[in-house]
Ligand binder design. Structure first.
Ligand code: URA
Length: 195
């Protein structure tokens, strides 16, 4: 068993917090194990809990469309969440739950060694970029940390609730595409490019 499989197996039996008591499935992540781009959401919803795959509900459909706009799909990125088990009634994951779970994501990140990390929404941006991150003011901005470029965009579920956020997100996506061309070696980010 390779290191990634071992990590996944260990995560599947995690009991680090009480979210594990009600879960149907641990949602470990989805995508390419050699991805240069890591997308980080908040936590599984109902559909994700049922299927064990991140972003498979309505927000996931929109995320797939957003990826396609900049020449990406799930074979070219890796998608994970801050917490790997569904919070009840889709509430925000508590700090204690995030702290109990973040180690899995740290191990995934260390394994993948992404060039770009895109936080999807406020919860991920606060956990990954900065505790006082303000998504409305700082979405689309870049910070570099240990050779990794980090940014945050609105969560696709927020775009489903509020159309007015879409133009800003379109600009942020185009900027992510520019950053991919600048720093990624194997991912092109051009629509219709199938290397
Ligand atoms: N929202 C998230 O943040 N993550 C998912 O996997 C699904 C919806």
């Amino acid at each position: 068993m390779d290191r990634w499989e071992k990590l996944r197996e260990d995560c599947m039996t995690c009991r680090n917090c009480s979210l594990s008591e009600r879960r149907k499935n641990v949602v470990f992540g989805d995508g390419a194990h050699d991805a240069e781009i890591l997308l980080i959401g908040e936590g599984p919803g109902q559909r994700e809990d049922e299927q064990g795959i991140p972003f498979v509900g309505p927000a996931g459909q929109l995320l797939d469309d957003m990826l396609e706009m900049i020449g990406l799909d799930r074979t070219k990125v890796y998608i994970a969440n801050i917490v790997k088990c569904r919070p009840p009634n889709n509430r925000d994951p508590l700090n204690v739950e995030q702290e109990a779970c973040i180690g899995w994501l740290r191990c995934q990140t260390a394994f993948l060694r992404p060039k770009i990390i895109v936080c999807l929404g406020r919860i991920a941006a606060k956990a990954i970029i900065r505790e006082d991150f303000r998504i409305t003011q700082e979405h689309g901005q870049w910070v570099q940390r240990k050779n990794v470029w980090l940014t945050a965009i609105y969560h696709p579920a927020a775009l489903l609730r509020d159309d007015a956020k879409r133009p800003d997100t379109f600009e942020d996506l185009k900027d992510i595409q520019r950053k991919i061309r600048e720093v990624c070696e194997r991912t092109c980010g051009m629509p219709d490019c199938k290397p």
